[in-house]
Design a binder for this molecule. Structure first.
Ligand SMILES: Cc1cc2nc3c(=O)[nH]c(=O)nc-3n(C[C@H](O)[C@H](O)[C@H](O)COP(=O)(O)OP(=O)(O)OC[C@H]3O[C@@H](n4cnc5c(N)ncnc54)[C@H](O)[C@@H]3O)c2cc1C
Length: 428
């Protein structure tokens, strides 16, 4: 099958796009601006041109990961003292949005990878641990970070099991039974992005001894080497969108995992889920980027400036101008609430900040697809040909609101309930 290589602005010798979040307007430091610009440049000049390939073939963007490693972006949130770029939550989110603007599947999978360092790094630093626990955590995470920075190791984040666990309702069904020197892990993860391509699967599972009841408090976050005996990847992958994520099913059957595989010490994942809720908002930057991409495309298309297309202008029609105005207003609204939410991500946020985080997640995940739909309606039939990126943006953006634990439905559910009830309140 011949894959259409889409002509990108950068490949056609055009200027690089402006940043989504102008560093001066959004008061970013020069260091943040530099990291985010690295992501944007790689996205526009390299990743955009390849995005159609992974999408059409539903294959993993291995080449992109080599480039992310070369650009230092695999270690974006690894501390500088350990060879990374030292990006915190906000900087990572802004950089990830720029990657999502050019290749949704790369941004989404890169998010799973980066979270293994963000959660075990800046986020874990905010949580309670005694001195001994903190020292052993620091020793262990340095092992993971070294693999990433030196060898380009890729980590994934399989949570979903098809039941209520990924939504945070019950303990994970994947079990880790303690044995000498580590655990024996057994279970199944569905929709496991990067399956067959990650070097380590960052599995959420429940530590459980013989006769014990499963409890969410005993959640472990273990980086299981992909090549370990007992690990297998099954099923096929042929979805509507985000096809390059290769989110197949992972099976673990009595897989021995040693103690140094822990990305967080015992009890710390549960503490994070309770005290650092914005940890579950990290899937949104990808879709923030897709929202921007739908808008960018529409402007270029109506101005007759899409590379590879005849230079036909359509911007003079009032209906198009109104549509663009509506898109611009929606995009600004999404950007505004999302920027605020990623900026105030922290331990122990206020109720208002948590509600805003749900609202931001909802706005981005639903808004990206609404913008893509508006873009197709406004640009017209030729714009949805597979030689152009818009139809892929439309399909990829449809997946955003399905991502657990903060699906669009669950965000609505929580906002409604938490706005109306204080903790412990009932109507009995
Ligand atoms: C492209 C893509 C990549 C993915 N990559 C990963 C990955 O790398 N790792 C990973 O762990 N998962 C991944 N997922 C899975 C994703 O996070 C969800 O787990 C998955 O989409 C859920 O599908 P489901 O049909 O099993 O959901 P179900 O659990 O059947 O839920 C269906 C819907 O019901 C609602 N719902 C669920 N539970 C509740 C509840 N308690 N209360 C109220 N409403 C509820 C939600 O809105 C949900 O969308 C990926 C999904 C996609 C589409």
């Amino acid at each position: 099958m011949t894959i259409p290589v889409q002509k990108t602005a950068a490949a056609s010798g055009e200027a690089l796009d402006a940043p989504m979040f102008d560093p001066a307007a959004y008061r970013l430091t020069a260091e943040q601006a530099d990291i985010i610009s690295r992501a944007r440049q790689l996205g526009q000049s390299v990743l955009a041109g390849r995005a159609a390939i992974w999408d059409r073939e539903a294959t993993f963007p291995t080449e992109n990961y080599k480039d992310l490693h070369r650009a230092g972006l695999l270690g974006i949130s690894v501390p500088k003292s350990l060879g990374g770029l030292g990006a915190g939550y906000q900087t990572y989110a802004l950089a990830a949005a720029e990657i999502g603007r050019y290749c949704g599947a790369t941004a989404l999978t890169w998010n799973m990878h980066v979270c293994s360092t963000l959660w075990s790094g800046p986020l874990a630093d905010d949580l309670d641990m005694d001195d001994e626990m903190r020292a052993s955590h620091e020793r262990r995470r340095a092992i993971h970070y070294k693999r990433i920075v030196d060898d380009g190791a890729i980590y994934s984040q399989p949570f979903s099991e098809g039941g209520a666990a990924a939504a945070g309702g019950v303990a994970f069904g994947t079990e880790a039974r303690p044995v000498k020197g580590g655990w024996l892990v057994s279970g199944k993860k569905i929709f496991a992005s990067l399956s067959g391509h990650a070097d380590y699967y960052g599995v959420l599972c429940t530590e459980i001894s013989e006769g014990e009841k499963a409890s969410r408090r005993n959640t472990l976050y273990l980086a299981i080497p992909a090549k370990t005996e007992g690990v297998s990847v099954v099923g096929d992958w042929d979805p509507l969108g985000m096809r390059g994520t290769v989110s197949r099913t992972l099976i673990f059957k009595d897989v021995f995992v040693d103690e140094d595989a822990a990305l967080m010490p015992r009890g710390v994942y549960f503490q994070a889920a309770m005290r650092w809720p914005h940890m579950f908002m990290t899937l949104s930057p990808t879709y923030m980027g897709l929202a921007q991409a739908a808008y960018d495309f529409t402007l270029k298309y109506l101005r007759g400036e899409v590379p590879g297309m005849p230079p036909v202008k359509r911007r003079m029609y009032p209906t198009k101008q109104i549509a663009v105005a509506q898109m611009q207003i929606k995009l600004e609204q999404i950007k505004g609430i999302w920027f605020q939410a990623v900026t105030e991500a922290r331990a122990n946020p206020t109720k208002e900040q948590v509600l805003r985080a749900y609202a931001a997640q909802y706005s981005v995940m639903e808004g990206a697809n609404e913008l893509a739909a508006l873009a197709i309606r406004t640009c017209g039939g030729q714009s949805m040909l597979k030689t152009l990126p818009l139809e892929r943006i439309y399909r990829d953006s449809r997946c955003g609101s399905l991502m657990l634990p903060w699906t669009a439905e669950l965000c609505l559910d929580r906002i409604g309930r938490e706005a109306l009830y204080e903790p412990g309140e009932t109507d009995e």
